[in-house]
Design a protein around this ligand. Structure first.
Ligand code: SF4
Ligand code: SF4
Length: 397
């Protein structure tokens, strides 16, 4: 037994590990590949698993190790391995062990189809220290494979999930709400509640992004799968009290007009995403050429200290944006941002109508807007938020 007078137990959040400053890089996302062994109808990123051109361009193991080493030296605590399907990389195990030996916690995003007994043994022996996140596309073969469009993927995913369960590897599940599986939501949630590591109900993607690389042939299909805003609201308000409580807190902190500021989010501050080919992006979705930094001749540190801060000073110039979003108090609640504008329009500052409608639908439900009002025309927004949240707005944000 340790002598208790010498032992102080602190959570990482409370320990002043960084002498009250934040590390330059707190968390790093790495897309190990854009390839996937599924071909989900709504997916914004996937390339075929056997796409040799994509495979050839992917970062080699040694470059990924160099990036991981630099990340750890900058204070990074967690690396998220994502894709595509990250387990398609033959060197996944080597990279995982390397990251864990550096002391990094690993958060793995996967469809579970490539989880093997060997991998679960590895996760048991060297735990990732973050719950693995698995997206489940359906509770039945017919619904799952209507989404994944890959024969045998249902059995493979459930085999992977069973292995995780049997070996007591901590994981959580998420859903993607699509016509093929939307009637299974109760069945999905009741099964998810039996997973010992789920401490809250699963989250869902439903307001799908268009193709991140703007390789547009699939975009019409993706648009047709997006939930209409009213149906999306029904899903968001399945637990109405919790939703309203969270919105009160959120709105009092984050809803306000941004002016001509383009980056009102935290993109490129203390984190970022390395794509499969060695470009450092300020966030996972933003791939506009003027916002990406090549790591081939640079470093994470240079991007975080110089490139991203310069990028964040960019101002919006689009006239539609300036007459609407710049004056709109729903900015914050609305998912309109440079990344969404890039995927939707190929620009950084064009309003996205679908997201605008979702934000307005939520605001009307919450009593922040009248039926015929547009958020950018509202002048007494401070009073409205104060009344809704039951407290003064947090100033200075
Ligand atoms: S499993 Fe994920 S990455 Fe693969 S196609 Fe489906 S949504 Fe895309
Ligand atoms: S709700 Fe509409 S106007 Fe307001 S920020 Fe979003 S896209 Fe812009």
């Amino acid at each position: 037994m340790p002598n208790r007078s010498y032992v102080a137990k602190k959570t990482i959040a409370k320990a002043s590990l960084w002498k009250n400053t934040r590390p330059l890089l707190g968390r790093l996302d790495i897309e190990l590949t854009e390839r996937c062994n599924n071909n989900c109808i709504h997916c914004c990123i996937n390339l075929p698993a056997d796409d040799l051109d994509a495979k050839k361009k992917e970062l080699p193991t040694k470059d990924l190790k160099k990036i991981l080493t630099e990340a750890a030296s900058l204070g990074c605590m967690t690396v998220r391995f994502t894709g595509g399907e990250p387990l398609l990389r033959k060197d996944f195990e080597e990279l995982y062990i390397f990251a864990r030996k550096l002391g990094l916690k690993v958060l793995l995003f996967s469809n579970a189809t490539l989880i093997t007994a060997h991998l679960t043994k590895l996760f048991r022996h060297i735990p990732p220290l973050e719950k693995i996140e698995i997206t489940v596309y359906g509770m039945k073969k017919s619904s799952y494979e209507a989404v994944s469009r890959m024969s045998g993927s249902f059995e493979a995913a459930w085999r992977g999930i069973d292995l995780l369960l049997k070996n007591k590897i901590s994981f959580v599940v998420k859903g993607a709400l699509l016509p093929a599986n939307k009637d299974e939501i109760d069945e999905f949630e009741s099964w998810a509640s039996t997973i010992p590591y789920m401490d809250k109900p699963p989250s869902y993607s439903m307001f799908f992004d268009l193709r991140c690389r703007r390789d547009g042939e699939k975009n019409r299909l993706i648009k047709s799968l997006r939930l209409p805003s009213k149906q999306g609201l029904e899903v968001l308000t399945r637990r109405k009290d919790k939703y309203v409580k969270e919105m009160k807190e959120f709105c009092s902190k984050f809803t306000r007009p941004p002016g001509d500021t383009l980056f009102s989010c935290g993109s490129g501050v203390g984190g970022g995403c390395v794509d499969a080919y060695g470009n450092f992006q300020p966030c996972m979705m933003l791939r506009h050429p003027v916002t990406i930094y090549s790591l081939k001749n640079g470093s994470l540190k240079d991007a975080l200290l110089n490139f991203f801060p310069r990028m964040r000073k960019m101002k919006a110039a689009n006239l539609d944006y300036l007459s609407r979003c710049a004056k709109c108090f729903l900015k914050g609640l609305c998912e309109q941002c440079p990344a969404k504008s890039w995927m939707e329009h190929g620009t950084l500052d064009t309003p996205v109508e679908y997201l605008c409608e979702i934000a307005h639908t939520q605001a009307r439900f919450l009593g922040l807007l009248k039926e015929d009002e547009k958020a950018w025309e509202v002048e007494d927004w401070r009073e409205r938020i104060g009344k809704f949240a039951g407290k003064e707005m947090v100033s200075g944000l």
